[in-house]
Write a protein that binds this ligand. Structure first.
Ligand SMILES: Nc1ncnc2c1ncn2[C@@H]1O[C@H](COP(=O)(O)OP(=O)(O)OP(=O)(O)O)[C@@H](O)[C@H]1O
Ligand SMILES: [Mg+2]
Length: 312
């Protein structure tokens, strides 16, 4: 299709980035107050790019879209996200944002945030479609935020348990965790760690023959409900287990939950465990874990920071 490339932008790309900003923001309808982007100077953009970086998208070699990075604590803010109106509908904005989220993950940020104007519903839809949530609103500005997935290498079973324990330490009553991974990936091992972190009565074992098991807290915290959804056909059957009753009061961890248990809560953590496959090596060593936060619960939670310090 289109010859679309997204590159890291530094001070050298400032001219192209400023051109895109002026083209993109100049084409918007009149806003009151107007965006200061229209007065963005080359010098200011070059300084921002030199300090924090940004992204530039080119279509057929022409500058087509751009954004600037602005770190703030554990959040990476995107500023001046814009596409040249002559080069719209080529996936430029989507590619930029996808790349920005990868940069955020690589640099260890927990959240990507930006502001959008209330007068521009199409822009709002764009961010909502990409999983951004309205974090706050003030005057004509809406802040959209998205919690960034956390990816970790987990070399041994003990590390899987350790990661689970750190996860358990940040989980609260009402939280739902869906574990996905092939047979023997380490789902139960991770849940054992969650049980340790929550300080519930063990042992946490594979619940294969019971579908769901309740582990009461030893410290007046939430109990752990450990579910094996492998044999469940649908979310309806999960509902029949009467899990809803305890959901608000318990931490619910569901093995094989993907495609079955999403409806349990608008807030959840999707955890995918994969084996490392190192060439001819056996497939038993090491795992890769990706934790994707879903829902407003995780905005501003610093989940990534908590989990990463875990294994450091
Ligand atoms: N990070 C890791 N590196 C190497 N081995 C691991 C790791 N994590 C777990 N294991 C090992 O993988 C094996 C299977 O773990 P576990 O029973 O937790 O998997 P599971 O995903 O629950 O399996 P099932 O699909 O049968 O429910 C165990 O022997 C466990 O010690
Ligand atoms: Mg298991």
């Amino acid at each position: 299709m289109t010859d679309l490339h997204v590159v890291d932008a530094g001070a050298d790309e400032a001219d192209e980035v400023v051109d895109v900003i002026h083209a993109a923001f100049g084409a918007r309808p009149y806003l009151d107050p107007p965006s200061s982007a229209l007065h963005e100077t080359r010098a200011a953009v070059a300084a921002t790019l030199a300090e924090h970086g940004g992204l530039l998208a080119r279509v057929g070699g022409r500058p087509a879209g751009a954004l600037l990075f602005q770190p703030n604590g554990t959040e990476l803010w995107l500023r001046r996200v814009g596409v040249d109106p002559r080069l719209q509908h080529r996936g430029v904005a989507s590619s930029l944002v996808g790349c920005a989220e990868e940069v955020a993950a690589e640099r260890g940020y927990d959240t990507v945030s930006l502001t959008a104007r209330v007068e521009l519903p199409a822009t709002q839809q764009f961010w909502l479609r990409r999983g951004y949530l309205e974090a706050s609103r003030s005057g004509p500005k809406i802040v959209y935020s998205k919690a960034i997935p956390v990816e970790l290498d987990v070399p041994t079973a003990d590390d899987t348990r350790d990661l689970g324990a750190r996860l358990g330490a940040v989980l609260a009553a009402g939280d739902v965790v869906l574990l996905t991974g092939e047979l023997g990936a380490g789902k139960t091992t991770l849940t054992q760690g969650v049980g340790q972190g929550l300080q519930v009565r063990g042992p946490v074992t594979s619940p294969t023959f019971v579908i769901a098991r309740l582990h009461p807290s030893l410290v007046d915290g939430p109990p752990l409900v450990h579910v094996d959804a492998y044999r469940l056909g649908s979310a309806d059957e999960l509902d029949d287990l009467d899990l809803e009753m305890s959901l608000d009061d318990a931490v619910t961890v569901v093995e094989w939950g993907e495609g079955r248990a999403e409806s349990l809560s608008v807030d959840r953590l999707d955890v995918v465990i994969r084996r490392h496959r190192g060439g001819d090596h056996d497939d038993s060593d090491g795992r890769h874990v990706k934790v994707t936060p879903v829902g407003p619960r995780w905005l501003g939670s610093s989940l990534g920071t908590s989990l990463r310090t875990a294994l450091g």
